[in-house]
Design a protein around this ligand. Structure first.
Ligand code: ATP
Ligand code: MN
Length: 381
């Protein structure tokens, strides 16, 4: 059983190309020809016959047809050509995503993504992390109010979580000294780029009793393991550039998008860290280091795929950071409590899984690595 992908009509003989997980050829002759000829492409059919070895056929065998049944007839014309012979733009493809997924090159992205998710979990389990699930309906925003989705929570305001940041940090006070989460986060990104979507899968990790170098090492080995096991990519140690050195390499005074792209062009490696961002560029929970911070971004082919660092675990300093950032203490009441009763030094990172897949597979747009992407203009299918 499968989908009728294609019909090759030679008059006295018809070849049907049928697709289940793979393709196979069905050869039909004689009385069966009129019926075979009449079935629209992409109909679901059942074929019965004799398997015959044939080195000239795509997978070394064909089915000599004895009986054919239509289980569900497809309408025509099709919204997309699943053979890929007639290319379609991304919008059209995403509108008819299920039909789009019938193309091998497209479904492969999600098989690889699934394998990568497996390897990520495997890595964390080997490293003695526990997997956690933190709430996605929250009261305080973390990464800037501008990208919060507001919702009606039984008549009171609440938001969709922009990141598990507050919760994974709070958990460091519980005794779970290594946690990770792989889950959706939500950002009302008004900007329309190839790397921003409104709902993405974030891989978050947090570790207690560590310094920044331990966090860098952990993220680096995670990436190297996934790249190696999923894509067979061998990587060298990721270069670790100081923020100021990175800026002088491109002759700029701020790490904006332009500088990021120019830096990628200068680097020999696809993956590298930029360390110790200025305090103005990082959120309040990052630990300061003079006018810099114990922070880093990880870049992959010029795209930022992760941000992380050492967190401020000292209560008075954390309060000062909240104040300096003009944030409201009341919003952080529950977050702050564990910091008053024994919070260990800790650090961690958030890694955009969709961007990682995008860069690893060389996809033009992050939307290609998501089954049903959401953005400013798309909340369907
Ligand atoms: P950018 O500067 O690219 O908008 P960010 O610094 O705002 O990213 P972070 O808050 O550091 O993002 O989030 C951690 C990671 O989550 C990023 O490094 C990136 O991989 C991913 N990420 C952030 N925003 C998005 C988005 N809108 N769509 C897809 N992935 C995202
Ligand atoms: Mn970031």
């Amino acid at each position: 059983m499968g989908w009728l992908q294609d019909t090759r009509d030679l008059g006295k003989i018809i070849f049907l190309i049928v697709r289940d997980r793979d393709l196979f050829q069905v050869t039909c002759k004689g009385d069966l020809i009129p019926k075979a000829r009449s079935i629209p492409r992409e109909s679901v059919i059942s074929v019965t016959g004799t398997l015959k070895e044939n080195p000239d056929v795509m997978n070394g065998w064909e089915l000599l047809l004895e009986k054919i049944e239509v289980l569900n007839e497809a309408e025509s014309p099709l919204p997309l050509d699943p053979t890929g012979r007639t290319p379609a733009d991304l919008e059209t493809r995403l509108n008819s995503r299920i039909i789009d997924l019938r193309k091998k090159g497209i479904s492969d992205i999600f098989k690889i993504r699934s394998r990568a998710a497996w390897e990520v979990r495997d890595y964390y389990h080997d490293e003695e992390f526990i997997e956690v699930n933190t709430p996605k309906i929250v009261q305080a925003g973390m990464e800037g109010g501008a990208t919060l989705f507001k919702l009606d929570y039984f008549g009171a305001p609440a938001y969709l979580a922009q990141s598990p940041q507050l919760y994974k940090q709070m958990l460091m006070g519980s005794g779970f000294d290594r946690v990770f989460e792989m889950a959706p986060v939500f950002r009302a990104e008004a900007s329309d780029t190839r790397r921003h979507i409104a709902e993405y899968t974030s891989i978050d990790a947090e570790m207690a009793f560590v310094e920044m170098v331990d966090v860098l090492d952990n993220l680096e080995s995670l990436c190297r393991r996934v790249l190696n096991r999923v894509a067979g990519i061998e990587t060298w140690d990721f270069p670790r550039l100081d923020y100021e050195d990175a800026l002088s390499m491109v002759g700029r005074d701020e790490m904006d998008r332009k500088a990021e792209v120019e830096l990628a062009e200068k680097m020999d490696d696809d993956l590298y860290f930029v360390l110790d961002y200025p305090i103005e560029e990082k959120p309040f929970y990052i630990m300061g280091k003079g006018d810099k911070t114990h922070s880093f971004d990880l870049f992959y082919k010029g795209i930022e795929i992760s941000s992380g660092g050492q967190r401020e675990h000292r209560y008075p300093m954390l309060c000062r950071n909240i104040e300096k950032n003009g944030l409201n203490f009341e919003d952080f009441r529950y977050y702050l409590e564990p910091f008053r009763y024994g919070m260990p030094p800790h650090g961690g990172y958030g890694l955009g899984f969709d961007r990682f897949i995008q860069a690893m597979m060389g996809l033009d747009n992050v939307r290609e690595s998501v089954l049903f992407p959401r953005d400013r203009f798309r909340c369907f299918p």
